[in-house]
Design a protein around this ligand. Structure first.
Ligand SMILES: Cc1cc2nc3c(=O)[nH]c(=O)nc-3n(C[C@H](O)[C@H](O)[C@H](O)COP(=O)(O)OP(=O)(O)OC[C@H]3O[C@@H](n4cnc5c(N)ncnc54)[C@H](O)[C@@H]3O)c2cc1C
Length: 427
């Protein structure tokens, strides 16, 4: 069976890996779009603390986290995965109680989180931390390097015969794939989606979550940075369509690529890719700006992840590296690092970890998290030959490899390992 995968982020790379594992002939097409989320992602794998009111969202992320150790073994490659644990920290110990109860409730079905314990002096585990914090440790939490996972999956797929095409893919109304050499230019009249009706609604899918419940900082603008186009609705909808760099115009007609099935794993661009099929998928970009700092001579490789309830997270990597992130901004397709974004991350990061003041600023990254407006991930068939897999939002490095596996099963006509009804495209 010939399958074209549109998008070579973590989801597309995983789909290619699992498809080739089942003997399919696979072509991955990636446009190398600026703002791809996978290259910017922090790498936290700790699903048990989030989505207390959405069991389906939680289940997908839990299964994704659970699948990682097996994937590490299968690929036999070091892609930065390590169970370093996560410290849930707060200035107010009472704030830790709801998440403690949530973890207790979920433990029976997810013993891999490990037994949660109180930590009296969190700075002993993550030395730059403020000494005024209380903490719970979730020992089973892991960190992973998203770029390396994607690379390892693609390499393994190529070793099994997959071809990688650099170029932008478009679909015809009947689902044929065409590949254009250049990324094209944004169409003025294209449509993308952005939240409407205020911040509360815009981020409703994250309500009650520990990690994602951060208030909006000064960097979080309330609309697209590009010129808005005509809006529909009265502002009380969860999302509204606007013109903000969506849709693309190509100088060439594109080269057709034969396929029996297509998987669209185009991240935040998935809506634009699927539009010719007559599907208006409300997938929109949620920008995240993130910092990498180094602490020369300090071994940060086994520091735990730090997750405050209302601020930036921190995590260590080998190479004396500490990652601090991230902004949560609904500003359309604008993958830029901004002064305000950096200020927000720096200020909040130093409040939680003042010991980082002397660290060296090594790098800034920015990515567009793909968000599906109805709330959770979007994985399902759009018609008899096109499957879509996106909307993993802030959890794509956790659930991305698993989502790719599910999409591969659908494309091959196999029964996926979990019921995908909750993630099907909304009519
Ligand atoms: C700052 C930040 C921090 C994050 N931290 C975490 C974290 O700690 N833990 C976690 O689990 N998740 C995290 N995430 C979320 C995670 O990174 C994303 O959910 C995930 O990477 C999405 O993967 P994807 O493959 O769906 O999309 P992407 O990685 O965006 O890939 C989509 C790809 O499709 C390609 N594409 C699009 N349209 C076309 C086309 N027409 N033709 C060809 N190619 C096309 C693009 O070039 C792109 O490479 C974070 C994200 C950000 C931005």
């Amino acid at each position: 069976m010939r399958v074209v995968v549109i998008g070579g982020g973590i989801v597309g790379a995983a789909a290619a890996y699992y498809l080739t594992g089942r003997g399919a002939s696979v072509t991955v097409v990636d446009g190398g779009y600026q703002g791809e989320a996978t290259q910017a992602g922090a790498g936290i794998v700790c699903p048990w603390v989030d989505h207390p009111e959405d069991d389906d969202w939680y289940r997908l992320n839990r299964e994704g986290a659970r699948a990682y150790p097996g994937l590490v073994e299968e690929l036999g490659e070091d892609f930065g995965y390590a169970k370093v644990g996560a410290l849930l920290v707060s200035e107010d110990p009472a704030e830790l109680e709801p998440v403690r109860s949530l973890l207790q409730r979920r433990y029976a079905d997810a013993p891999e989180m490990g037994e949660v314990v109180d930590v009296a002096a969190p700075a002993e585990l993550f030395p730059p931390l403020s000494d005024t914090l209380s903490a719970l440790l979730v020992p089973g939490a892991a960190r992973v390097d998203g770029r390396s996972v994607r690379g390892a999956l693609l390499n393994a797929a190529v070793a099994r015969g997959a071809r990688i095409h650099a170029g932008a893919a478009t679909l015809t109304p009947d689902g044929e794939v065409r590949v254009h050499a250049a990324a094209g230019t944004p169409a003025e009249a294209g449509r993308t989606w952005t939240p409407g009706g205020g911040p509360g609604q815009a981020r409703s899918e994250e309500t009650g979550s520990w990690r994602q419940a951060a208030p909006r900082g000064p960097a979080a603008a309330q609309g697209p940075e590009a010129t808005p186009g005509p809006q529909s609705g009265n502002g009380s909808e969860a999302v509204r369509p606007v013109a903000a760099g969506a849709g693309r115009v190509f100088a060439d007609e594109g080269v057709p690529v034969e396929a029996d099935a297509v998987i669209v794993a185009g991240g935040a661009w998935t809506g634009e890719v699927c539009r010719p099929l007559g599907a208006e998928l409300p997938v929109f970009p949620r920008r995240g700006q993130i910092l990498h700092a180094t602490l020369e001579g300090v071994d940060t490789a086994w520091w735990p992840i730090v997750l405050p309830s209302d601020g930036p997270y921190l995590l260590g990597f080998p190479g004396s590296r500490v990652v601090i992130g991230a902004t949560v901004e609904d500003v359309g397709f604008a993958p830029r690092v901004t002064m305000g974004g950096l200020e927000e991350v720096l200020q909040a990061g130093l409040r939680v970890a003042p010991g980082l003041a002397g660290a060296t600023m090594a790098e800034t990254r920015v990515g567009l998290r793909p968000v599906y407006a109805p709330g959770r991930a979007l994985i399902g068939p759009l018609n008899s030959r096109v499957v879509v897999a996106t909307g993993l939002s802030a959890y794509g490095l956790t659930a991305g490899p698993y989502a790719g596996r599910l999409a591969a099963a659908l494309a091959l006509g196999e029964t996926p390992p979990i019921d995908l009804t909750p993630y099907a495209p909304c009519p």
